[in-house]
Design a protein around this ligand. Structure first.
Ligand code: C5P
Length: 222
């Protein structure tokens, strides 16, 4: 597995709140348990792109979940700006086609940053279009030499199938645990780390919830 990010406890916190104070409040409670934060549109559109550098300054790895899905020239600009703002990695859609993904891959390589390719998604609607093409998207990733992928924990059978296509060298992160119904044990059979949002930030006791998640992770991989 070739990845520069070292994800503590195989757990990525999805900070999908629209309020930075609330995110910081959660992070204060779980800061010794996780080191990687995934931020996306809810937080950035509410609080600004500077959230990235704020989390970087606190010592976190930052994955920008912008699910980039535009023409190559625009994709390149989105990735470049996101990396310049300090993100370690960006999440990019594959359904837009190889040229659009390649534009992201090239700029990530040039700037020595990471790119995660979304092969499939975790929500029911993903069955309508994305799932039908997920294997083709995985192949695009392989052809481009992409190492990092996002696969849904809500579809463990597909996760295993796609992991076979991607091979052991791929690094897979997986959302959909908890609220969306994904299970840690099944997920870690094809994924290297899990992404959890609501189960942590909607919990009455985020620290205890996160500790329990980590216990489950450790049991699953033991
Ligand atoms: O709250 P929950 O734990 O369900 O959050 C899952 C996170 O993973 C959200 O940020 C969602 O946007 C993201 N995600 C997903 N499915 C994908 C890629 C990202 O659920 N395929």
């Amino acid at each position: 597995m070739v990845i520069k990010l070292k994800i503590k406890n195989k757990l990525i916190f999805a900070a999908d709140l629209d309020n930075l104070d609330e995110v910081n409040n959660i992070l204060n409670q779980i800061s010794n348990l996780i080191n990687t934060v995934k931020i996306g549109y809810p937080l950035v559109l509410s609080e600004g792109i500077e959230c990235i550098s704020k989390f970087k300054n606190l010592g976190y790895n930052v994955i920008a979940d912008f699910k980039v899905a535009d023409i190559p020239a625009t994709n390149k600009k989105i990735c470049k700006i996101t990396f310049e703002k300090g993100a370690d990695a960006i999440i990019v859609h594959g359904f837009v086609g190889k040229d659009s993904v390649k534009a992201c891959k090239d700029i990530a390589k040039k700037m020595n940053k990471e790119l995660f390719l979304v092969v499939d998604m975790s929500h029911p609607g993903s069955r309508q279009f994305l799932e039908k093409n997920s294997k083709e998207i995985a192949k695009i990733g392989l052809e481009l030499g992409i190492k990092n992928y996002v696969l849904p924990s809500t579809k463990p059978k597909i996760g295993l199938e796609i992991r076979k296509i991607l091979g052991d060298e791929a690094f897979v992160i997986s959302p959909g645990i908890g609220v969306q119904g994904g299970e840690i044990k099944k997920t870690l059979k094809f994924a290297d780390a899990i992404i959890v949002g609501r189960s942590i930030y909607q919990s009455k006791d985020p620290m205890t919830t996160t500790k329990k998640l980590i216990n489950h992770i450790n049991l699953a991989i033991s």
